[in-house]
Structures are given as C-alpha cells and as structure tokens.
Write a protein that binds this ligand. Sequence first.
Ligand code: GDP
Ligand code: IMO
Ligand code: MG
Length: 420
Amino acid sequence: MIKTIIGAQWGDEGKGKVTDYLAEDSNLVVRSQGGNNAGHTIVVDGKKHKLHLLPSGILRKNMINVIGNGVVVNPDVLLRELDNLGDVRGQLFISDRAHIIMPYHTLLDGGEESSKGNSKIGTTGNGIGPCYSDKASRLGVRMGDLLDDATILERLNKALPRNKALLSHYGVENDLTVDVLFDMCKSWRNKLKDMITDTSLLINNHIVDGANVLLEGAQGVHIDIEYGTYPFVTSSSPTTSGAALGSGIAPNKISEVVGVTKAYLTRVGSGPFPTELEDDIGELIRDKGQEFGTTTGRPRRCGWLDLVMLELSNRICGFTSLAIMKLDILSDLEEVKVCVAYKDSKGSEVKHFPSSLSYLADCSPVYKTFPGWSSSEVDISKGIIPEEMKNFLDFVSGSLELPISIVSLGPGREETIIFQ
Ligand code: GDP
Ligand code: IMO
Ligand code: MG
C-alpha cells in the first residue's frame, strides 16, 4: 500500500505531524521533492523535533527512510541533522540521482533575491531555486557523481564557470574554486557513500515484498512551480505527480492521497493571499498557532480557510481524504469564516483559482460564516467534538466531496482523531 501526504495550501499545514502519525503503519518513509526549505515539526512525548531534510520517519526505530531523486540535498545540512539524531545508519538511503545544493547555489539565492528589491519572492535562502535551475540546465552535480573523482571534476568544471559569472552579475563575492569544491565533495563522499543508492529500485523492491510506503510531501500545492501563484512559488512540484516522479514510483501504484490543510490558512514569503487577515484575528491566530517559520523563524501571514484553493489542490492531486489540522487554534472564536468563492470587480463569481495574479488581485473573497466552538466541549480521548466544529468540518468535506480521515487538535501524536 502506498500513501502520499500532500500539503494542500502554501506549506506548513502540519505534514510532519501527519507523516509521523501514519508512519506507525509504514515500513518506508520517502521524501520526493524540495530540500531544506522544508521545516517539519514533530512533537513526540512533549519533545519537539524539527526536521528539514530527513524524512519524518527517522524518529521511529526500524523504519527505512529515503531521500528520493526529486529532492535537492545540501550535504552539510544533512550531516548536521544526522549528527543530532545519533546512529541512524542502515535507516537512511539517498538517491544517486538527487541533485546537490552547492555553496554557489546558496550564495546565488541571496544574490538573486537582493537584486529583486520590492518584488522579492521571500525564498528560504537555501539555494533551492538555483539548484533546480542547474538541474534543468543540465549543469547539476548529483549524489551519485560523488562516488567517482573524474565525474566530480567533470561536473564542477562545467557548472562553476556559469555560476561564478552569475554571482559576479549579482555582485556576490566568493572565493570558490574547483579545488575547494572538489575537496568538499570528497569529504561528503567519505561520510555519505554507504547511503547513496538507486532508491527507486530499493523502494520498488520493498513494494514487491508487500511493504507499506509513505510518501512525505514537502511544501504545498499553491507554491508548486506549475500550479502555484507563479512567480511566488518554490522550484519543485509538491503534488501527487511530483511525489511519484520524485521517488521513482509508478503513479498508478499510489492508492491513498491525504490532502493536509489547516482549518485556516498561512503563508510565508511574498505573493497573493486573498483571505489574509491583517487585523486582530490574524494576530490572534499567529500568536496562538505559533505561526512562525520552522526554517526561517519568519512570522507567517494568517487568514481564513480558502476552498477555492483547495478545489485546485484536489483537482490536480486527486485526494482520497483530507487531514484537517489545528482546529484547536480556532476554538473559542465568536465566529469562523470559510471562503467559498471569489468575486471580481465586475461582480462575476469566481469558483476556480485563476493563474493571473493581476486578475486574482481584482478578486475578493466570498465568505460563509460559522458560529465558533468552545474548547471546553472537546474530548479527544473519547473522539468528542462540539456540534459547531462538526458543522464546520461537514461543510468543508461536503464542498470538496471528500471524506475527512484525520482531525488534529494539538501538536502531539495523542491530540488526533482518526476517522476510518
Ligand atoms: P509542515 O511543514 O507541514 O510539516 O508543518 P510545520 O511543522 O512547518 O508547521 C505546523 C506546526 O503546527 C508545527 O509546529 C506542528 O507541531 C504544529 N501542529 C500540527 N498540528 C497541530 C494541531 O492540530 N494543533 C496545534 N496547535 N499545532 C499543530
Ligand atoms: P514545508 O515543507 C512554507 C516558500 C518560501 C518562499 C517560496 C520559495 O515546511 O511546508 P524556496 O526557498 O523554496 O525557493 O522559497 O516557497 N516555501 C515554503 N513555505 N513551507 C515550506 O515547506 C516552504 N518551502 C518553501 O517561503 O515563499
Ligand atoms: Mg513547515
């Protein structure tokens, strides 16, 4: 059985918690795209773990964790995360096809952003975009390249001149040379070589043996390079298709797709946000929900749940159920709103998320308002939730014609209600 977890919004939906929860019934957990721009927080027995590159299954013993071919890997970040975890050798495999984030990519990310002035994307600054650019330009260095000196040198000799030219274009000083980078690559090889393998083959062999595989999404559909609010997007595809390709699994082998959404909405970085709350309620959600980036610490922008966005996410990802997170944060509000459509300035109703950002800016949200619910009426251990919360969930489920499989009412594993 292969399950995929997809962020249905702009990232930070709580995918880490859902992955950790569902990992209990899995044998392998796989990351398929993105890199250390991801920040997944998992709370186990009250202890917080923040993972950026390692799959969230790494916190469970006897679980095989895979960094798939679609991921971009910063080996220094990976080694630091591994150092913090003790001995997980034999538990982690990295695709030989995964591309490496080189120091020049991280520098370029900063240079490109600085050059944009007011139209910054607000990237995480981790070199994600420049690394995927080199991949598409066929100038990347892959994890498998590390295994052979001649290949490393050949790849570096091709990639460095163009990257140095770009850095100088953006006025970013550096003393990177092929020799310096070659030494770095050899040091990474010494520490990581036993983990580098053909992970598509590894995963598929386990599938043949009957393993349960969990594909842990990173980012969210609305920062997808194709369907996100371009250009305010990341450089990979956080979709079901991206998960299949980025792990080397045939799409028709995926049987469950869990779309993860907060009961409200957040965004880090720039870009449109039709339901953004720039008022006291937005601030209350940010404070109560601790909405500050796991990776960068930036305050997250907060707003009401947007069903127009979720319709697009479901359309291209084929969710089989929804996980609705952080309902506890909306508890004790007088009323809760859900955006059901947009209206443009000519008064036309818009039901489908537009690709044009200027048209989107001309749209305003149409809300359905629900009475709030009281936290005192929640009893997670007995699966009891207030009637008002039930109405809210039924409306979301009915509107998207999707069952809800998980309701989350707190960061811990035990603060979860599962619907079969
Ligand atoms: P991810 O990137 O999708 O894995 O999400 P993040 O880890 O960046 O952000 C989600 C945050 O919400 C984390 O700090 C989680 O511990 C926390 N969280 C997840 N589910 C819940 C929930 O139901 N209630 C509350 N209060 N916190 C939650
Ligand atoms: P998780 O997995 C939220 C956003 C950045 C920026 C844009 C491009 O924790 O949900 P990048 O560094 O990828 O080039 O930045 O994408 N972004 C995320 N926002 N959660 C994430 O990951 C994100 N990964 C990238 O804030 O707006
Ligand atoms: Mg996150």
